[in-house]
Design a protein around this ligand. Structure first.
Ligand SMILES: [Zn+2]
Length: 280
């Protein structure tokens, strides 16, 4: 971790420094080698069983935010304690997830933190980017050809998507520079009707800026939730009238029966997520 407590102050690891874990109170060792990022390590295991060893990727992400938002100890009513990677003033917890997480652990974290965003390292396994690219190439957007909103027909082609698709929290996949632009994250809309997966690109700088400026509640209200609500509503309506939901690829941009106003809203959402223009 980046911060230990020493005399009740948060301090970063320097050679020979002493400190304790802000979560479990046990002694930490300052690791200040030349290869790995300077950090604090537990002598024994931390009580916070969710704690994951930091990579440079974790540290770079955390450093995009004020230091008093980083590694914030969070309690629930039962006294359970965990360290959130980042906690914003608006109450959003951002977790940077590098390693594989068991579904039950993922769910318990979704319950522990009410407003949770996961940023998932999409480069850990070599196959993840390839599989994801294949999924993207096969997908159909709802407003061809601009691809502002993608419906995933074959989630089973991507292990990463299968692992994260049924989340109630917001998921952002980070492939770093795997795609043509290294700016983009991929947003998986929070659990949709029947676990359907919808994706939009989300600019990395916009994401960071919105969180830092405490605008994320607003982004949820104006950009992300309206898409989720409208799409789900249309799917359900469509099912009601036709008795089934046709997901055949060739008809995919028609099948939703989305209201005309939706495309306008989709554009607004896309512009907000990618900071194309200030339209709000
Ligand atoms: Zn600890």
């Amino acid at each position: 971790m980046k911060f230990a407590l020493f005399n009740d102050e948060r301090s970063e690891a320097t050679k020979g420094a002493k400190g304790v874990c802000p979560c479990c109170g046990s002694e930490l060792i300052a690791k200040c080698g030349e290869v790995y990022i300077h950090h604090w390590a537990h002598k024994n295991k931390c009580d916070d069983r969710w704690w994951e060893n930091e990579t440079e990727w974790h540290r770079n992400w955390k450093n995009e935010f004020p230091s008093d938002w980083q590694e914030v100890v969070h309690h629930d009513k039962s006294g359970e304690k965990h360290i959130a990677d980042v906690k914003t003033d608006e109450g959003w917890t951002v977790e940077f997830q590098h390693s594989y997480l068991k579904p039950e652990e993922r769910r318990s974290r979704n319950n522990f933190y009410k407003k949770l965003i996961w940023v998932v390292d999409g480069t850990r396994r070599k196959t993840d980017l390839k599989q994801f690219q294949k999924v993207i190439n096969e997908e159909s957007s709802l407003d061809k050809p601009s691809q502002k909103l993608l419906y995933v027909h074959f989630p089973e082609w991507s292990r990463l998507l299968m692992e994260w698709k049924d989340s109630d929290s917001l998921i952002l996949l980070d492939f770093k520079d795997g795609f043509s632009s290294n700016e983009d994250l991929w947003l998986i809309y929070p659990r949709m009707y029947k676990d359907n997966i919808f994706l939009s690109q989300f600019s990395r700088t916009a994401f960071i800026e919105y969180l830092n400026n405490n605008m994320f509640d607003e982004i949820m209200d104006k950009a992300i939730n309206p898409i989720k609500v409208t799409v789900e509503h249309s799917i359900k309506n469509n099912e009601k009238t036709t008795g089934y939901w046709n997901t055949k690829k060739e008809e995919s941009h028609m099948w939703l029966g989305l209201p005309k106003a939706f495309l306008g809203h989709l554009k607004l959402t896309y512009n907000i997520l990618n900071k194309i223009e200030r339209t709000y």
